[in-house]
Design a protein around this ligand. Structure first.
Ligand code: AMP
Length: 336
């Protein structure tokens, strides 16, 4: 999943734009809810938010079309169920300007700089069968961002290199073909919640990680949540004093306490790990229940979900069309 937040400095909701794209490569987790969807929902009151399902970015590795379709539908419905209904919601491939500008930026990027991208070095380089798109997707990401003309882009460390490339491509384009793009400034977002895997609390709870034993998915029914929390790794300490946060020496217990608090539970008066796990289960189930209920209502009305996303994509096409047109014209593209 790819998240880009665009927050131009401005005072009115209309003038401040925010864009986040989530890659549908797995089922959304409690980590995604607390670390991404919740802040995205909160931002709706301060900014004009564009939230997308980044289906094109899910094609850079071997994929199954039927599963992709299912994940896109599920993620799209979950974004609505999680309360992002005051935003412009869209599926990336339904806004062709993303792929179109992505190609134009591939014509500005060099293989040298794409080869230096950490993700390609780690996942693709030296493997003859790697999809070409795994090398070129940073140009598509640059397009995702530049199309919306942000002035500031808050990104975590893992996305910094992508943003630096985006700036380089935008500056090179402007210098070569004319001033089309706003050069976004890179800013550091406030540290957010970081939910760890219940079975391996030193690793992030990720939608494409482990076998799922330590990963709570947003659509997990209560008994599944209970089982996963019951099996969460803790440590050998006993007694009431054992229930305390210490990330270095007690990562499992610390993670459970943080999840508990993030889901509105109280960490007071928990005498045993059993009591802690019961409290975490109750808090997580209560947190997920309204989202799941809304999800099932929405899933029963796919025409409504489709209409929301169709309207969102239409707005994105309107917003991005002038930027794509300006880039095309600057590069010498146009009718015969
Ligand atoms: P990912 O699912 O890793 O592609 O990440 C998508 C978004 O969800 C990003 O904004 C992440 O920071 C956030 N996210 C994913 N996993 C976690 C987690 N375990 N804890 C907190 N935030 C997360």
């Amino acid at each position: 999943m790819t998240t880009i937040s665009l927050a131009p400095a401005a005072h009115s909701r209309a003038a401040t734009r925010r864009l986040s794209l989530l890659k549908p490569t797995g089922r959304l987790t409690l980590g995604n809810l607390l670390g991404a969807l919740r802040p995205m929902a909160a931002a709706q009151h301060e900014a004009d938010c564009f939230y997308g399902v980044a289906d094109l970015h899910a094609l850079t590795v071997t994929h199954d079309p039927a599963r992709l379709r299912e994940l896109v539908r599920e993620q799209a419905t979950l974004l609505l169920a999680a309360g992002l209904d005051a935003s412009t919601l869209f599926v990336q491939s339904r806004v062709p300007a993303h792929a179109q500008l992505g190609y134009l930026l591939e014509c500005v990027a060099t293989t040298g700089e794409l080869n230096r991208m950490i993700q390609f070095k780690e996942k693709g380089r030296g493997t003859g069968s790697t999809r070409t798109s795994l090398l070129t997707y940073p140009a598509l990401m640059a397009a995702d961002i530049l199309l919306y003309r942000p002035t500031q882009v808050p990104v975590g460390d893992d996305q910094r290199q992508h943003l630096e490339l985006t700036r380089d491509l935008a500056m090179r384009f402007n210098a070569t073909y004319g001033p089309v793009f706003t050069i976004p400034e890179i800013t550091t977002p406030p540290a957010g919640a970081r939910v760890m895997d219940l079975a391996d609390p030193t690793a992030k709870m990720g939608k494409t990680g482990s076998d799922g034993a330590g990963v709570i998915h947003l659509l997990d029914p209560p008994d599944v949540v209970r089982r996963k929390v019951a099996r969460a790794v803790t440590d050998g300490e006993t007694g009431p004093a054992a229930v305390r946060a210490d990330r270095a020496t007690k990562p499992g217990v610390t993670n459970l306490l943080e999840i508990l608090v993030a889901c509105g539970g109280s960490p007071e008066a928990l005498a045993t790990y059993g009591a802690l796990k019961q409290a975490v289960t109750d808090a997580v189930v209560a947190e997920l229940e309204p989202i799941q209920q809304r999800y099932h209502e929405l899933a029963a009305d796919p025409a409504h979900v489709g209409a929301v996303y169709a309207a969102g994509a239409a707005r994105c096409r309107d917003v991005t069309a002038p930027v794509l047109a300006a880039a095309e014209a600057a590069m010498g593209l146009g009718p015969a």
